[in-house]
Design a binder for this molecule. Sequence first.
Ligand code: NAP
Ligand code: F7E
Length: 343
Amino acid sequence: MTDKRSALVTGVTGQDGAYLVELLLGKGYAVHGIARDVAAFDHGRLGNARSDAGEFRLYNCDITDEAGLRELVAAIRPDEVYNLAAQSHVPTSLAEPHRTIEINATAAVSLLKMIVDLGLQGRTRFFQASSSEVFGEASGSVLTETSPMRPRNPYAESKYQAYLASTRLRTETGLFVTNGFLFNHESPFRSPAFVTRKISLAAASHARGERAPLRLGNLDVRRDWGHARDYVAGMWLSLQRREPGDYIFSTGENHSVREFVELAFATAGRKIRWQGEGLHEAGYDADTAERLVEIDPSFFRPNEISATLGDASKARHELQWRPRTDFAELVREMVVSDLDRTR
Ligand code: NAP
Ligand code: F7E
């Protein structure tokens, strides 16, 4: 590759990887993406970015393969690293805590340390994808960068460990490392393992004649949901500052799973009427009385976080970052995209 600014992106096959690669290519970067299975990278996700000034190269590498990763980092000597690779699903982390810690914490710490060991700390800036999950249950209070961190599941523990190591290395070695406390962010590229895409897919398939009800867990949890495109812009901005820092990325408003369901089905032309209580509650088509949504207790979580709400004032003031897509636009974009796919 040439003397363009270079970025190494881990987790490139994921939701954020797609948007970040598109953003970096649009800015003329030489982008080096690592993935466990490069064939799984959907080039169609890059939109028009390939015709822009940037260059894109993909490498097969598991982030837990320390030797392989070291070889790549030494060869690329990236200006920026975006560490997005993660086992990012909370329920999976309960079933596979060891693997979650290995990928999200141990590998992240190794990657940070190898940059220092390779003598790159004066050159390479590092973005660590942390999570609102590190704060745990905040009982409705608005979270800032200084809120107490009380992780409640192995996923949150892993992100907390990586955060601790990154801030220690920042003061110990002068490494430019920034943590983004990312609140939930979604898009048409979201995996169906997460509730928003599960709902948008179901709303679209019901519009196409699906009869099986959508089965969900707790309808009343609230999340501060934004659009992934906005959040990757924040990641990039955070590495352009003179000094490293840690930032909340959030919209500042939250909505319930129930509201997401109502809006998604409305976008697909179905108005929901709720009936019943607790595990016996169900959502029916207000016109036809067809049962569209029902409760499945297997999707309830131990140590559930009832609500998240973030204050992104620091990112707004220091990075001039603000989310551009609101909740209604997000839901609409996801459902319309799934309607187009299933057409
Ligand atoms: P995602 O869609 O789950 O993508 C995660 C990526 O990590 C995938 O490309 C996955 O590759 C890769 N990965 C997993 N294990 C790996 C391994 N052992 N070696 C190499 N790559 C591996 O997640 P996302 O939504 O894009 O999120 C990006 C980052 O932000 C993650 O670190 C996540 O924890 C964090 N975050 C996300 C949110 C959110 O709401 N989206 C909120 C807070 C924090 P495969 O395709 O091979 O599985
Ligand atoms: O759950 C509830 C569920 O799985 C959202 C990850 O990106 O954001 C994400 O984690 C809420 C939870 O995302 C179902 O109990 C109800 O309260 O979409 P989710 P998440 O666990 O919030 C954080 C910030 C991250 O860092 C993570 O990487 O929705 N919920 N019914 C359900 N959730 C799912 N998945 N499926 C249901 O049927």
